[in-house]
Structure formats: structure tokens, C-alpha cells
Design a protein. Structure first.
Length: 139
């Protein structure tokens, strides 16, 4: 429901920031990167394009198995988890495989490292919107 969108986004961001603050409080060392997502080649476009692609496929799978009445609900978690696993396995070393703006926002805020944050915010939003449009068209 539309009324739940903003509270949902705020809760995800609060959770990500809290997790990063827990890292700071419990893990010793000054060279902690706190899970800040960064592309391997330090290029904005690497993170941006990969985040669009990864989130596109993740959203397509979510819509297919979790929101479509024709799909078996028993395999939804397995299909979504496998997609996240594959995305992280393949693209994690390349650019962090965030697929969620809140996941990148929390560590970036706490570490004060905003170098590529915009790619990790815009990429998933664009990818998810494109997948939703495609799925609606296919359905």
C-alpha cells in the first residue's frame, strides 16, 4: 500500500545505519570500511550499470515468484535467495552487489564515504522500476 512506502524506506535506512553504528562500536580498528560499497575500478559507471542490471533481475524474480498468483509460493524464498546469492557471487567482487539503496546508505553515512553513493541509490531504483514495468507488460 502507498501509505506504507515511506515508513518502509525509513525503517530500512534506520536499520542500515544502526548496523553500521554497531560495527563501529564493536569492531576495533581505524581502517574499518564498515561495508561501504565501492566499485573495483573506482568508476561511477561500473557501479551504476551493474546495480541497474542486478536489481533488474532481482526484481523480475521477486515479481514472478512472490507477487504472481500463478507461481508456487513455496519456492519464492529459494528463488529470491538464489538470485541474491548469484548476484553477490558474480558482482560482489566487481562492485559490492548492493541491490538496495539502504544497504549502501548506512555504511556510507557512518563512514562518511559518499564517493559512489549516488550510483548505489539510483541504480537499484532504475533497475527495479524497469523490471516492474517489463513484468507488468509480460503479465
Amino acid at each position: 500500500p502507498a501509505a506504507e512506502i515511506v515508513p518502509y524506506i525509513l525503517a530500512q535506512c534506520a536499520g542500515a545505519i544502526t548496523a553500521s553504528l554497531i560495527h563501529v562500536a564493536t569492531l576495533p580498528g581505524d581502517n574499518l570500511n564498515l561495508g561501504v560499497t565501492r566499485p573495483l575500478d573506482d568508476r561511477f559507471m561500473t557501479a551504476f550499470v551493474w546495480e541497474i542490471l542486478l536489481t533488474f533481475f532481482l526484481m523480475l524474480v521477486i515479481m514472478a515468484v512472490a507477487t504472481d498468483a500463478r507461481a508456487s509460493g513455496q519456492v519464492a524464498g529459494l528463488a529470491i535467495g538464489a538470485t541474491v546469492w548469484f548476484d553477490a557471487l558474480f558482482a560482489g567482487p566487481l562492485q559490492g552487489a548492493s541491490m538496495n539503496p539502504a544497504r549502501s546508505l548506512g555504511p556510507a553515512l557512518v563512514a562518511a564515504d559518499f564517493s559512489h553513493l549516488l550510483a548505489y541509490i539510483l541504480g537499484p531504483i532504475i533497475g527495479a522500476m524497469a523490471a516492474a514495468r517489463l513484468y507488468q507488460f509480460m503479465r
